[in-house]
Write a protein that binds this ligand. Structure first.
Ligand SMILES: *[C@@H]1O[C@H](CO)[C@@H](O)[C@H](O)[C@H]1NC(C)=O
Ligand SMILES: *[C@@H]1O[C@H](CO)[C@@H](O)[C@H](O)[C@H]1NC(C)=O
Ligand SMILES: *[C@@H]1O[C@H](CO)[C@@H](O)[C@H](O)[C@H]1NC(C)=O
Length: 174
């Protein structure tokens, strides 16, 4: 039951990642936000440098989020494997895991070029304005996403600590 409920959160994460990967045209400044209290930062859990941050830190289903990514593709990729685990913040064991293979066709379906050559640099900010999918899942989560190419090279591993705020649907509609 819980698994069914949380799936959309995973889908949202996946969409964020795929949009990040797909989005090359809109290059903005390369500096990351200075640490402030309203910016969330992903922890790199692998060997590959990846800088990922988002503002605001706490996600409101009725608001939007601005994501910053800076990443240099460490190995060529034309398919591979990814897995993701979702934890309640600080727990040792995930309550949900998802893993799958993908190939060039999958990447192209999401508008991602294929193959992606080693050394390509992604640096951009992107606003995602529709977070309604999160409405039913207020809470505090750690999400770990790992991606490998088909030669088993690690592309990245990130640990995102996400807080999803509750939406109040009072009589005033607030
Ligand atoms: C972040 O919050 C702490 C504690 O409330 C405060 O001392 C600090 O000045 C804040 N930092 C920024 C950059 O706003
Ligand atoms: C992904 O799979 C690897 C190998 O089975 C495992 O060691 C790792 O913990 C998994 N990561 C996630 C985020 O589920
Ligand atoms: C992910 O990061 C959070 C916050 O830094 C940490 O509490 C948690 O233990 C990390 N999870 C894993 C599986 O490393």
């Amino acid at each position: 039951m819980v698994e069914k409920i949380i799936l959309p959160l995973f889908l949202l994460l996946t969409v964020i990642y795929l949009q990040c990967m797909a989005h090359k045209g809109n290059i903005v400044d390369m500096s990351m936000d200075n640490a402030d209290n309203n910016t969330g930062v992903a922890v790199n859990c692998g060997k590959v440098d990846i800088l990922l941050s988002w503002t605001p830190k706490e996600l409101s289903p009725s608001g939007e989020v601005k994501i910053k990514l800076s990443y240099i593709v460490p190995f060529s990729i034309d398919g591979g494997f990814f897995n993701a685990s979702l934890y309640f913040h600080g727990d040792d064991s995930p309550f949900l895991g998802y893993a799958d293979n993908f190939d060039c066709d999958t990447m192209k379906q999401y508008g991602i070029q294929c193959p992606i050559k080693k050394g390509l640099r992604f640096t951009f900010t992107k606003a995602i304005s529709n977070l309604h999918v999160l409405t039913s899942y207020p809470g505090y989560y750690d999400a770990i996403v790992q991606v490998w190419n088909s030669q088993n090279d690690e592309m990245f591993c990130v640990n995102l600590t996400l807080k999803v705020l509750e939406v109040y649907n009072g009589p005033d509609g607030y």
